[in-house]
Every structure is written in C-alpha cells, then in structure tokens.
Design a protein around this ligand. Structure first.
Ligand code: CA
Length: 233
C-alpha cells in the first residue's frame, strides 16, 4: 500500500517533567497524533516555528523562562490553539495566560482522557470556525450569527437581542471554543464602562434566548476566569 501515514494532527508538547512527557507522548501517539516535544521555552519557540503545530500544550512552569512569556511569543508565531497547563489551578495565572492568547487551560494533575478531550475541543472548534465564516455569517451548529446584519438566528429564527447582547454573542461566537476572560469580554462589549454584573446579566439573557437542543451552542462559565461558547458535536 502506498498510502502515507496521515496524522490526526500535530501536537507540540511543551513540558519539562519527564513523567508527563513520557505518558503524554505515548498516549497521544497511540491515538494517531504526531507529537513534537520541547522541554523548555527556548526549544518551544524553535519547534513551533519548524513544525507549525495544530495544537500546542504548554506547561506554564518551565525551567528557563516563565511559561506566560512563552505563551506571548508563541501567540505571535502560531495562530492555532494553545492549551496551557497550570500546576496549581491559580485563577490569576489562567487569566494571564488567556490574556496572552491561550485558548484553554488544564490543571495538573490531569488525566490523559481530560487532556485528549481538551485537544479534541480545540481542534474541532478551530475547524468549525474555519468553515463557519461564510460571507458575513458564522454558522455554529443551530446558531447563525450574521455579522453584516448584526443578527443572530437559532434554527432559522431571529433572536430578539439588545445591542449589548448581540455584541457579546458575536464576540463569543467569533472565539468559539476559546475561553474568553471576563476582562476581554467586558472590554470588547462595554469598553471601559463594563461591570461584572452587566456581563453576568447579559450572559444569563443570552443563555435563555439560545435555549437548549442537541445542536445548540452552550455558554460555559469558568468561575473566576471567563466564559466559552462551546458548540456540541
Ligand atoms: Ca513544569
């Protein structure tokens, strides 16, 4: 047979702990992913440049430089999802990483299935967003966001949204699959006038209007961090 091995996706794994490197390399490779390992920040930047990864899993606790610095530099080089790994689950570190352009986070210790789930979510949303942008519209499951008309439709029915509600839904939809911090959402919808209360209230309204259904996007809350629009498969 001449058919070449076609990897599921290339994962750049930036991790210095040998136990995690071994476990994750084996687990990801056995599921059809190509894995490129970088054990410090400097190697990560070189590897990102060379391999053009589909997803990067970046441990924030690296031996040479702060993982947040690495995240910032990687975000300038690659456009694909970055999932950061935090050692302690500290909300402030997660928020900083998301602010530096990370898409998602996972807290150590985590299981292989948990990480695989994050990678699949990242890949799926990235593909979905690449296909979704059709003219001025984003099509995410049952939800269509017509950014030219500034109109959101669910299963073909227009949602009655106020300007801020529409703006919030649009920014979440444009970043589907990505955890957006409270500050990012406040800034893009309200500018400097935003409050946590306004954000929470508008999210609650959007959830009610979106309703529930198998193809219906869900707005996930990440307490102390932000929100993510998650599109079910
Ligand atoms: Ca580490």
């Amino acid at each position: 047979l001449s058919s070449a091995h076609r990897a599921e996706a290339t994962i750049l794994l930036v991790e210095d702990e040998p136990g995690y490197v071994d476990l994750l390399s084996i687990s990801l490779t056995s599921r059809g992913y190509d894995v490129v390992v970088a054990r410090d920040g400097a190697s990560a930047l070189i590897a990102a440049d060379r391999t053009d990864p589909d997803v990067t899993v970046l441990d924030l606790g690296l031996p040479d430089v702060d993982g947040l610095e690495v995240c910032r530099h990687l975000r300038r080089t690659i456009r694909t999802p970055i999932v950061v790994v935090t050692a302690d689950g500290a909300e402030a570190r997660k928020v900083s990483a998301l602010t530096e352009g990370a898409d998602d986070y996972i807290t150590k210790p985590f299981s292989v299935p948990e990480l695989l789930a994050r990678i699949r979510v990242a890949l799926r949303h990235r593909r979905l967003l690449a296909q979704a942008i059709d003219g001025g519209a984003l099509v995410l499951g049952d939800l269509t966001v017509d950014t030219d008309a500034r109109l959101a439709l669910v299963a073909g029915e227009a949602l009655a949204l106020e300007a801020k509600g529409y703006a919030l839904l649009e920014v979440l939809a444009r970043n589907a699959g990505r955890v957006m911090t409270h500050a990012q959402l406040l800034q893009s919808v309200w500018g400097s006038a935003g409050t946590q209360t306004a954000l929470r209230t508008t999210i609650a309204q959007l959830r009610r209007k979106l309703g529930a259904g198998p193809q219906r996007p869900v707005i996930e809350a990440h307490p102390g961090v932000g929100y993510r629009l998650h599109v079910p498969r």
